[in-house]
Write a protein that binds this ligand. Sequence first.
Ligand code: FAD
Length: 281
Amino acid sequence: MPMTHQTAPAKSFSFEFYPPKTEEGATSLGRVQATLSEQNPEFFSVTFGAGGSTRDLTFDTVVVIQNKGIPAAPHLSCVASTKANIHTILRAYQEQGIKRIVALRGDLPSGMMSAGEFRYANELVNFIRDVTGDYFQIHVAAYPEVHPQSPSAAADLANFKRKVDAGANAAITQYFYNADAYFHFMDACGKLGIKIPIVPGIMPITQYAQLFRFSDMCGAEIPRWLRKKLEGYGDDKASIQAFGLDVVSDLCRRLLDGGAPGLHFYTMNQSAPTMAILANL
Ligand code: FAD
């Protein structure tokens, strides 16, 4: 009798960019995307400024990607938006043959009040399903280390489930440097019957001052040992990058070995840090 080999499902990689504001930025992003496209990505995603501040830039960037034959996934945040506005954007993407959306609430700058028709991302997912049916594959955000505004891990998980119940097909996590947070989150999702793929978001480490500031804002924890070690390198960029590469490659290996369905890289519009990690895997 022939032996049967069970092959593990292939891991998917996706890459996130922000829309460039200048022609130079666009040219440079084109080069970055050409390099990353050699990795056979599942899709390239493009961020969207909350309140629609990058609406046209996001659209233009997404269309360029899609026209190169790479599936593009625009992010769409609903805070401070009207239903009519969101519907117009969805129709424009449908006309371009875009089949995926990363559906988010977004964050308004502090002090700004939302005059929009959506309060939370689950309402956006609901709305997308109402007006476009099953046309879009919808990805939503997940927070293994708990969203910073959430009163508890349980409340945040229940809110994550609302997005899944509203019709999300997949999730991408906020970045984190503690693999156990992801595995615990996956266990908790399993107990609630959540079955959609939840792909870890990966932030390469290339510097630390900005990373620390941003992480404090978005609730991503930098473990003390990692913080201290990075600070200890001072201005020594080469050592920071070499150490960051080791740490993040190790994290990615643990996540993939532990069953993560793929990885989503926050590229910050650079190819080298992500390519170096992929080369290590
Ligand atoms: P939600 O899922 O709405 O959650 C926000 C908070 O409200 C959480 O604390 C949650 O527990 C709570 N909550 C949710 N639903 C309910 C409910 N029904 N009742 C009560 N409480 C509720 N931001 C951008 O502006 N542009 C981007 O392009 C962008 N891309 C991102 C991509 C990824 C992969 C991730 C992880 C984040 C991204 N963000 C982006 C940031 C995101 O907008 C913020 O993290 C934001 O604070 C929450 O968005 P959300 O979609 O997770 O919101």
